[in-house]
Design a protein around this ligand. Structure first.
Ligand code: FAD
Length: 280
């Protein structure tokens, strides 16, 4: 397997270019790496970071100055937990997670939540930010509102509802947003518009992972939505089998076994026992 590093698919090299360069099949495994926006005033201020980009920069060893800073992390999943713990380890003096539901509703792994608490991360449940306030273009505080639980929603959890008049402001230097990830389709061009489903991730055949474009397959979070490593691996295996079949047979699906129907008409006659005995 040849691994080509620093070769993003997008402006300089498109999926179609790959096909023109002689690649007979392509598996797209770009993940779900675009952070969802909070959509509140102040999100454009300096000091508001997306959790995914923040963690990427930490991993790349980029210099991030959080020394003695107060950090608020918005969200309740693994990205929120990893971001909060990374911020603390980078020297932040105070890191708190703001989550709109309760602790038991957090999508993050239970052990990770416990480890984060042990490490000193504060957690504010049933709160959601309504505005990020700034000074000279930089984050200075965050205004949040308390929530109460309403009826069950489609996720099977009770829907958080804002409590009017319960807004509070806390001083903050950095806000890290981690409220979910979506698919970044900016690398696609008109000639390779892979269809997306209602959930806005790529749509594929569930058995072969082939998309609406023949020879282009998708695996991992880009089709499952943000999930787990094991689910990404499982869909990768399906896509590999789909590609194998496509390259061997010219189609991703296994050819249906040919079934031949033979029609025979029997005439039932009354046969005397004697005759029957004779025949055998
Ligand atoms: C912070 C965090 C913590 C997590 N913790 C856990 C955990 O504890 N356990 C668990 O099972 N799962 C965890 N997950 C989920 C798990 O990481 C994902 O489900 C899994 O990595 C998905 O694999 P993937 O190959 O589909 O995508 P990714 O692992 O996201 O890989 C996508 C790759 O595609 C590259 N890429 C994107 N666009 C392009 C392009 N245009 N051209 C070229 N390359 C591109 C990206 O740079 C990236 O390297 C976590 C996720 C996050 C974000």
């Amino acid at each position: 397997v040849e691994i080509k590093l620093n070769s993003p698919i997008g402006n300089d090299m498109t999926l179609n270019d790959l096909i023109n360069h002689g690649y007979s099949a392509i598996i797209v495994a770009v993940g779900a790496q675009k952070s969802m926006k909070l959509r509140i005033p102040g999100e454009e201020l300096k000091g508001v970071l997306s959790g995914i980009d923040f963690l990427k920069d930490v991993n790349l060893g980029k210099e991030i100055d959080l020394k003695d800073k107060k950090v608020a992390v918005i969200g309740g999943g693994n990205v929120a937990i990893d971001s909060s713990r990374s911020a603390l380890r980078l020297g932040a003096k105070d890191v708190q997670i703001l989550y709109r539901r309760t602790k038991m509703d957090m999508p993050a792994h239970k052990e990770e939540i416990e480890e984060a608490e042990k490490e000193g991360i504060k957690m504010n449940f049933l709160t959601t930010p309504v505005e990020i306030l700034g000074n000279n273009g930089e984050v200075s505080s965050i205004k949040y509102i308390n929530m109460r639980l309403g009826e069950f929603d489609r996720s099977g959890r009770k829907r958080p509802m804002p409590i009017d008049g319960s807004e509070c402001i806390i001083d903050i230097d950095v806000v890290v947003t981690a409220i979910g990830q979506v698919l970044d389709t900016s690398f696609l061009t008109k000639d390779t518009e892979i269809k997306t489903s209602k959930s806005r991730f790529f749509e594929t055949d569930s058995k072969t992972m082939e998309t609406n474009i023949e020879g282009i397959f998708v695996a991992g979070d880009a089709v499952n939505g943000p999930a787990t490593i094991i689910e990404a691996i499982a869909s990768g295996e399906k896509a590999a089998l789909g590609v194998d079949n496509y390259l061997r047979e010219g189609m991703a699906k296994e050819k249906q076994k040919e079934t031949i129907t033979i029609e025979r008409t029997f005439e039932l006659k009354e046969v005397k026992y004697q005759e029957l005995k004779y025949q055998f």
